[in-house]
Design a protein around this ligand. Structure first.
Ligand code: MTE
Length: 320
């Protein structure tokens, strides 16, 4: 995805809010029984009002051995090409008049229960949200650990009741060339689309995120709802989704159409398969500081036990 005019490969760690300070404040407010008030209180104007907060961490997804990436880095070091090609642009340009609340998401295609939902109603329909800490690995060989809030994609799939012919799920991001200048150009095949096989979508790890660190998603992270597939490269995680469709054949996806030799449909994190232009053996830890800034890449991003069975009999070198 290095078509960057100005790759911002290194971000200084100065100016980062220490995580302990942030968490300490939340714990303090929760002790006072003000968890909900804390969320409302910390809301920045323009952040979409997403239901379900405060939520609680699902202990199965605590990831105790790793350090969470500070909120300031997760929300200022972004890939969201609709809002600029460099990492610092989405946090600025997506907050200049783009409204992500109210927001409607439409579920359709080969399913028994097509529906249109306001995001808050969808959250209610799936029974609320939870927190999960996931490793987040970009195909560009950088990584973070993000505490997402949201719900398992499998809940939405079950609610929609896909027909037997449905084999894939397609995700479509917003399209609004009036407000988004990049979408007035033909540089990319807008809107951004991504896809999963249906059994991948049913895996317990596949997640629809509506928040980070217990706060509604900011525009730059894909407000008000985006996909998170932690064993795959980050580009699978379509942001600001407006449609989810059940389809019979492998859907076209933006990056795969743009450069099929570089961005495969499966896009599973794999240290054994290099990108044609760089190694995937190691990754740069965003916010890792000078001495711990690189670490080895883990197969399936560390989720091999949970997902390897999905690819039994598939040659992951050919199907990258
Ligand atoms: N979704 C849309 N609509 N547009 C994008 O450019 N970039 C993808 C993915 N989802 C992208 C997108 C890429 S390349 C990555 S690595 C992740 O979003 C980055 O998510 P983050 O900015 O929240 O870390």
């Amino acid at each position: 995805m290095y078509i960057h005019k100005k790759p911002s490969w290194y971000l200084p760690d100065s100016g980062v809010t220490p995580q302990a300070a942030y968490l300490g404040r939340r714990k303090f407010l929760r002790t006072l029984g003000m968890g909900a008030a804390a969320t409302a209180f910390t809301r920045v104007p323009g952040i979409s009002a997403t239901a379900g907060f405060p939520d609680t961490l699902n202990p199965s997804f605590k990831l105790s051995a790793v350090k969470l990436t500070p909120y300031d880095l997760i929300t200022t070091y972004n890939n969201f090409y609709e809002w600029g090609l460099s990492k610092d642009e989405p946090s600025k340009l997506s907050n200049q008049g783009w409204k992500t609340d109210p927001w409607t998401i439409e579920i359709g295609g080969l399913c028994a229960n097509p529906a249109k939902f306001a995001v808050n109603d969808l959250i209610k329909a799936v029974g609320g949200i939870e927190q999960r800490n996931y490793r987040h690995r970009c195909v560009e060989a950088w990584s973070m650990v993000v505490p997402w809030d949201g719900f398992p994609l499998a809940k939405l799939v079950t609610l929609s009741s896909p027909k037997p012919e449905a084999k894939y799920v397609q995700f479509t991001s917003f399209l609004d060339p009036k407000i988004c200048p990049a979408q007035r150009s033909n540089d990319f095949a807008w809107p951004f689309t991504e896809g999963l096989m249906l059994d991948e979508a049913m895996n317990e790890l596949a997640f629809l995120a509506t928040g980070i660190y217990g706060k509604p998603l900011l525009n730059q992270n894909g407000a008000p709802i985006r996909l998170v597939v932690p064993w795959k490269y980050g580009f699978k995680g379509a942001k600001s989704i407006v449609r989810i469709d059940f389809v019979a054949t492998q859907p076209k996806t933006l990056w795969n159409q743009y450069a099929p030799d570089e961005y495969g449909f499966l896009a599973n994190v794999n240290p054994e398969v290099d990108h044609p232009r760089w190694s995937q053996r190691s990754e740069r830890v965003i916010g890792g500081g000078f001495f711990s800034s690189r670490q080895p890449t883990l197969k399936f991003n560390g989720y091999e036990k949970e997902v390897a069975a999905l690819y039994a009999g598939i040659d992951l070198r050919k199907n990258f």
